[in-house]
Design a protein around this ligand. Structure first.
Ligand code: AMP
Length: 446
């Protein structure tokens, strides 16, 4: 995960980046940063926490001067949470200054880094993104674009990147196309962002997705596209559709909302059940629950109310009060649930902890039966391409049958969307399904 955004050729560019980072907050809540340039100086502000906590002091945004800016919301998948790992990363090298924002995970970063360190390189952070800066700085090519192509040709895995120099802005998507990245237009300015919902907020017009394997450069000569990398089999992350992206984003040609709704419809086709109401686990289960209700003809209702002031950043204080976690976020609407046979729809089960707590909560609130319906297949394998998933051992479906998961969750029945059903909704090629089938499209360092 991680959200990235870049603005080229706009007065108060940092202000637009700041606003766009708000729209991408769901992609990372650990830390955020903005780097801007006025054509000679680079201005940097980064911190831990949510976007509005980091940039809320008067004068911060104003200090980020210039007409080009790049920003990043961090959700760590590689590297620890120290300040040196907060992006955009900034460096000086023989061609001037550079700032890079990265969404994804470079799966051969460890071996590249090992080699660079053996040759004398010094690393500031333990982020996989820093290897790109080293490769750029060491390249003997004469132009920046050639250096960028040479550096990135060494990389395997997921990298949607925004790279800022004094007078230009680059957007890159890895040849497998794992993570999203889109291009938009705001008057004379060019904007790049992880998701199109960021364009809506700042009033930019969505132009198109950055293509897998494409480098786009925006500078005073205009906007130019290059396709310099060896073609690879497309492996867009299907979990972006299931959970990560915002429902109002247009991702790879479809709105996430309608895809999720169709997943819910397909789930109902495959495993409907006699019940009185369908409720979502808010917010991520809402579109799928609407689809389930539509297909099954069972009434949709809100049986769980979400507290919107609790983000995912909540740190559970201690083991003894750990169970407050779900209660802090969700509370049952007793009058909706009392005496009812309830279908509860969620987008996914990872460890199984959330489902178990929710079933308990619904039963305690008077639900007569609770049927758990999951709008994606069982997660059996960890992600190495930019999603923070636990180890295989911690993934409940990697070692338990659906009946065992039902028993653990204490639900009356459990059903997942089948992989075939998911493929009927999104299409059966062009995606990475590794978390569901264990087929990893790119080999990784172990
Ligand atoms: P659990 O089964 O308790 O580990 O959590 C599953 C819930 O977390 C699901 O309802 C999803 O909405 C959400 N979820 C799925 N994948 C992730 C992830 N990689 N990071 C954070 N939350 C996630």
């Amino acid at each position: 995960m991680c959200g990235i955004v870049g603005v080229f050729n706009k007065d108060e560019a940092a202000n637009y980046v700041y606003l766009a980072l708000h729209a991408l907050q769901h992609r990372g809540q650990e830390a955020a940063g903005i780097v801007s340039t006025n054509g000679s100086e680079f201005y940097i502000h980064k911190g831990a926490g949510l976007v509005n906590e980091i940039f809320n002091k008067k004068g911060i945004i104003e200090s980020l001067k210039g007409k080009i800016a790049v920003g990043h919301n961090r959700y760590s998948t590689f590297g620890d949470e120290s300040i040196a790992n907060i992006q955009p990363l900034h460096a000086h090298f023989d061609m001037g200054q550079i700032a890079i924002a990265h969404n994804g995970n470079i799966v051969n970063a460890i071996s590249i880094k090992r080699q660079l360190v053996n040759e004398g390189a010094i690393f500031n952070s333990n982020s996989d993104t820093e290897v790109i800066i080293h490769l750029l700085a060491r390249s003997k090519k004469t132009s920046f674009i050639e250096r960028l192509v040479e550096a990135l040709s060494n990389l395997k895995g997921a990298f949607s990147l925004i790279v800022m120099r004094e007078n230009e802005l680059y957007a890159v998507r890895d040849p497998w196309g794992f993570r999203p990245l889109s291009m938009g237009k705001l008057d004379d300015a060019i904007v790049f962002a992880s998701e199109s919902c960021a364009f809506d907020l700042i009033g930019a017009e969505f132009i198109r997705d950055v293509k897998p394997g494409e480098i786009i450069v925006a500078n005073t000569d205009g906007v130019h596209s290059f396709m310099p990398f060896k073609k690879q089999t497309l492996a867009r992350c299907v979990f972006e559709y299931i959970y990560f992206s915002r429902p109002d984003s247009n991702l790879w040609g479809s709105y996430v909302y309608s895809i999720r709704k169709k997943m819910g419809q397909m789930l109902a086709k495959e495993s409907t059940v006699e019940a009185d109401i369908v409720i979502p686990t808010p917010d991520s289960g809402v579109p799928a629950a609407l689809g389930f209700a539509k297909e099954s003809g069972i009434e949709f209702d809100f049986g769980l109310i979400r507290n919107h002031y609790v983000g995912r950043t909540f740190i559970e204080p201690s083991q003894s009060i750990r169970n407050f976690g779900v209660r802090l976020k969700l509370n049952p609407a007793r009058d909706v649930l009392d005496g009812k046979r309830v279908v509860v729809v969620d987008d996914s089960i990872v460890r199984g902890t959330t489902s178990r707590r929710i079933v308990k909560m619904l039963k305690n609130a008077g639900a007569k039966e609770v049927h758990l319906r999951i709008a994606s297949p069982p997660v059996i394998s960890p992600c190495f391409y930019g999603i923070d998933t636990p180890t295989k051992k911690e993934l409940i479906a990697s070692s338990h049958t659906i009946e065992e998961i039902r028993k653990y969750s204490t639900a009356d029945s459990v059903a997942y969307l089948s992989l075939e059903g998911l493929k009927k909704v999104v299409g059966d090629t062009g995606y990475c399904f590794a978390c569901f089938d264990g087929n990893y499209p790119v080999e990784f360092d172990r």
